[in-house]
Design a protein around this ligand. Structure first.
Ligand code: ADE
Length: 243
């Protein structure tokens, strides 16, 4: 997959994609993440990228021409995503859907907003990572790129499949334990030591559901699972959350 990230702050991305799973994915040729500095497409000798809003009001708005020029400089832009707090909420389903694209381009919103004509003419979808406002769309682009890349086939090793993830099938992940068997008086649940795979699976499904009821009951009602028996192992990927 090829991912472009158009940003006014390319320095923010240094390091983020050079560590751990994302770095290995890039080294193995599974993903190529290219940072596109928006300033290079700014207007005039001062490389202006923003201006005051028509109609007054505070703050600055990102101008459409530099963003259009940045997009037009790309050989392929694929699906174009604008990161903005007014976008629809990015979920695991979106991560899975976007992981099937060959090329993705993120435009990081900034300041008070982006000229509406960018959204109307140049963007395929607007996504937000949550109901709070960050200083810009850079962290959201990193978050989304990370969530997408780990779902590209072969990025995660065989030992760390994403099918047990929180939000896979609309449930949170069941509790996990590793050695030691006892820690500060708390033992690993006996069932996990039993070697009985069916019992372990049933326990994990039960605990995933309990955890979801406790902390995110909205996930169950959204996916129509309230009161339903959990059905992991259907082979569906993350489709429980259908908003
Ligand atoms: N830019 C600022 N806040 C944001 C958010 N919550 N999601 C996406 N982009 C943003």
């Amino acid at each position: 997959m090829l991912i472009h990230i158009i940003t006014l702050f390319p320095g923010m991305f240094e390091g983020v994609f050079q560590e751990s799973i994302l770095a290995r994915a890039a080294a193995r040729g599974l993903v190529d993440i290219r940072i596109v500095p928006l300033r290079e497409f700014g207007l005039g000798t001062h490389r202006v990228v923003d201006d005051t809003p028509y109609g007054g009001g505070g703050g600055m708005v990102l101008k459409p021409e530099p963003i259009a020029a940045a997009l037009e400089s790309l050989d392929r832009r694929g699906r174009v995503v604008l990161t903005t707090p007014r976008g629809s909420l990015f979920t695991q389903n979106d991560a899975l859907r976007l992981s099937r694209e060959e090329v993705l381009t993120f435009i990081c919103g900034h300041y008070e907003g982006v000229d509406e004509r960018v959204s109307e003419l140049l963007v395929d979808e607007e996504l937000s990572i949550g109901d709070y406002v960050l200083t810009g769309g850079e962290l959201p682009a990193m978050v989304m790129a990370d969530a997408v890349v780990r779902l590209i086939p072969d990025v995660l090793g065989k030992d760390s499949l994403h099918t047990g993830d929180s939000h896979y099938e609309g449930l949170l992940e069941h509790p996990q334990y590793t050695r030691p068997r006892e820690f500060r008086g708390m033992s690993v649940p006996e069932v996990l030591l039993s070697g009985d795979h069916a019992r372990i699976q049933a326990w994990r499904r039960h605990m995933a559901r309990e955890k979801t009821i406790q902390t995110r009951p909205d996930l169950l009602s959204r996916s129509g699972r309230a009161g339903a028996v959990t059905d992991s192992g259907t082979g569906r990927q993350g489709e429980g959350d259908d908003r």
